[in-house]
Write a protein that binds this ligand. Structure first.
Ligand code: GLA
Length: 682
């Protein structure tokens, strides 16, 4: 057994905490992608390694979908090809994130054990033939998967290329909620552990309603498709259980590989973004040695660089500020959106550097070489169908050079004065059915505030409820519908200690069991905000109500009364004319604002100006519209990332050396249209 602290293969940056784990032997920033050599003849595999060296690739994920190649028939193992692949990569100095090969069970397994197949809420079986056709809770699948992970770990424990374990792949990507019999049984066990008695479960679920009282936990089912809304707390608990069950599966595989390789860090690729809500990644992050995530922009999203920034900030939050791995993104088009537009010139480089700017110390892709067969043959890769005479390949080479030039950035940290409180449970709960308005979604306000701050060059930390808020000057609490008492108290304390806190409508409404906090909304934040709402008044689709300054609101208003707060904006028309839409209360040395109605973009922009004015929070640099600025802080230098998302050259005030070109600038730095600079300061 090797001690990770003294293992020469563990390349830890200066100043990193003692338990910092990173793919062993990766020097500088990690660069590479998923590598699926089992799809290619030897000749191509030989070329792969040469091209990887040309591009500066130093880390690849191998064997993610290799189970059926390794074990084509039960008990018949073919490892020779994988031995050769790892040997070749090692000889070329390329480190390997080795997968457990469990992400897609081979056909013989599901044919022989159809009971391991997952089910949808209406009972539909998800058959073999795609991927991820397994139920994480099924003991038979667990046995086979853990055995495969252990077998691979045993075989490659001492392989010199092994840098990191990559457990399964995007666990929960296709089947975040499984309603199979195995899942139902595991759900009941989870409930027994959570509640102890059936009475406690009945209380938590409010089963006096609609004759739902259980006499025995054995009668509980997952929230199947029912004649009408299934019990909301049952649904919420099923969300919690499902996240825990998938994590439990991860843990089993992790422990199986750790047993053989305690010196090798372990991760699994998360999907931290504003569209994946199935897994509570704040909890999951406690179980990985290093946070890794996959992120794909949506071509039809005109603000995709802003969504990317928020997702990257969320990943840094999930990683609790430590460097993380971008395990997958795309060089150009994907294959799974309705219209798969390629990336625009410079977009791949800007996307990559935006992740690095926000804390990624590795940039990787799905995938190394574009497949010619299978469902992902139209998904871009680092080596495209067109071969090396292509923009995509030149982009791959260019990014390799850029990351090499940025090697010293590794280990530096992002700092922010603004915290945005984010909670997966609140996301699950607020989007349950039978609510006041279908137009209230979890990410809407979060994206809106983050966007306003992104436009102003202000960096935001995304933090979990209950996080230490000390030092943040501005704390944003968007749509925290479900909140625990202690978490609401921490937010209140932040205001008392001098922060400006902003809470948006439909926050603080229910406790952890999804029971309303009575006595006037928003129960948990009523006192902090100095307001009391007697009734919600959501608006109809497309309806707008004017405010007293000529701006407007849509989606949401409420009959809110002042109870210590001051009205900053009021509704100017409609049945609630004169009712506050935005309020402020001074709290100790801080303040608490309440967005009681959904402000339009102009009103929100004015609010954010006021918030930055009162908190004196500064941007990373004064940048023109469309130019993204973020700073990382190292032990000796800081690094200003400037990403120009516009078609014109711009200048940004900065002093120092652009690491990408080696040019030193004084006073201001030119940033080419669609380009990027990274300035080493100080
Ligand atoms: C996910 C998966 C990959 C691949 C990509 C395509 O991220 O992990 O295997 O399917 O999507 O975008």
């Amino acid at each position: 057994m090797t001690d990770p602290a003294t293992d020469p293969r563990t390349d830890t940056p200066p100043g990193a905490p003692a338990d910092h784990r990173w793919p062993t032997g990766v020097v500088g920033l990690g660069y590479g992608g998923d590598y699926n050599p089992e799809q290619w003849p030897l000749e191509t595999q030989l070329e792969d390694v040469e091209l990887m060296q040309q591009a500066g690739v130093n880390l690849v994920s191998v064997a993610i979908f290799a189970w059926a190649t390794i074990e084509p028939r039960e008990g018949e193992y073919h490892f020779d090809w994988l031995d050769d692949v790892l040997d070749r990569l090692h000889a070329a100095g390329i480190r390997v994130a080795l997968a457990t090969a469990t992400a897609s069970p081979p056909p013989w397994l599901t044919a022989r054990h159809p009971e391991i197949l997952p089910r949808l809420a209406d009972g539909t079986v998800l058959w073999q033939g795609g991927r991820q056709a397994y139920s994480v809770t099924h003991p038979v699948f667990r046995r086979y998967a853990t055995a495969m992970a252990a077998r691979i770990a045993e075989r490659y424990a001492d392989h010199p290329a092994l840098a990191l374990w990559h457990i399964d792949n995007e666990i929960g990507c296709h089947v975040p909620r499984d309603y199979s019999d195995a899942a139902a049984a595991a759900f009941r066990d989870w409930l027994r552990a959570r509640y102890g008695t059936v009475d406690a479960l009945n209380d938590a679920w409010g089963t006096a309603f609609w004759s739902q009282r259980y006499g025995d936990v054995a009668d509980v089912l997952p929230p199947f498709t029912a004649p009408t809304y299934p019990n909301p707390t049952q649904q919420l608990d099923f969300d919690r259980f499902s996240s825990d069950a998938m994590l439990d599966y991860y843990r089993d595989l992790r422990d199986a590989v750790r047993q053989h390789t305690p010196h090798v860090p372990v991760t699994t690729n998360f999907m931290t973004s504003t569209s994946t809500k199935g897994m509570d990644y704040f909890g999951w992050a406690r179980e990985v040695d290093v946070v890794a995530t996959d992120h794909y922009t949506v071509a039809a999203d005109e603000e995709r660089e802003v969504e990317l920034a928020l997702s990257a900030d969320l990943t840094r939050g999930v990683a609790r500020g430590r460097p993380w791995i971008l395990m997958e993104h795309s060089t150009s088009a994907v294959n799974w959106q309705p219209r798969n537009r390629p990336k625009a010139p410079g977009e791949m480089l800007r996307n990559s550097l935006a992740h690095v700017a926000r804390g990624a110390d590795s940039v990787m892709f799905f995938q190394w070489r574009q497949s010619v067969a299978g469902a992902e043959k139209y998904h871009s890769a680092m080596v495209p169908h067109a071969g090396t005479d292509s923009e995509v390949w030149r982009g791959t080479l260019g990014l390799g050079r850029a990351l090499e030039a940025l090697a010293e950035v590794r280990g530096s940290r992002v700092r922010a004065d603004v915290a945005l409180v984010f909670d997966y449970e609140a996301w699950w709960a607020v989007e349950l059915d039978s609510h006041p308005s279908v137009d209230v979604t979890y990410v809407d306000r979060m994206r809106a505030y983050h966007r306003e701050l992104w436009r102003r060059g202000v960096t935001v930390d995304v933090v979990e409820p209950g996080a230490d808020l000390t030092g943040y000057r501005l704390v944003l609490v968007p749509t925290l519908y479900l909140v625990r008492d202690e978490h609401a108290a921490a937010i209140t304390r932040a205001a008392e200690d001098g922060a400006t806190v902003v809470v948006t409508y439909f926050s603080g409404i229910v406790d952890e069991h999804d029971h309303v906090r009575p006595g006037g909304y928003p129960g948990a934040f009523r006192e902090l905000l100095g307001v009391r709402t007697e009734e919600f008044a959501p608006l109809l689709a497309g309806e707008q109500v004017a405010l007293d300054d000529g701006t407007s609101v849509s989606v949401w208003t409420e009959k809110v009364h002042l109870a210590g707060a001051t009205a900053v904006r009021t509704l100017a028309s409609g049945p609630l004319a004169g009712t506050p839409a935005l309020t402020r209360r001074t709290v100790g040395s801080g303040a608490a604002w309440y967005e009681a109605a959904r402000l339009d973009d102009v009103a929100l922009s004015r609010l954010v100006d006021a918030l930055l004015g009162e908190t004196r929070v500064q941007p990373a640099a004064a940048a023109p519209p469309g130019v993204e600025v973020v700073r990382r802080h190292g032990e000796q230098h800081s690094y200003l990332f400037v990403l120009n998302h516009t078609d014109a050259e711009h200048r940004v005030p900065a002093d120092g050396t652009d690491l990408l070109t080696g040019t030193t600038h004084q006073g201001e730095v030119p940033v080419p249209a669609w380009g990027a600079v990274v300035v080493r300061e100080g």
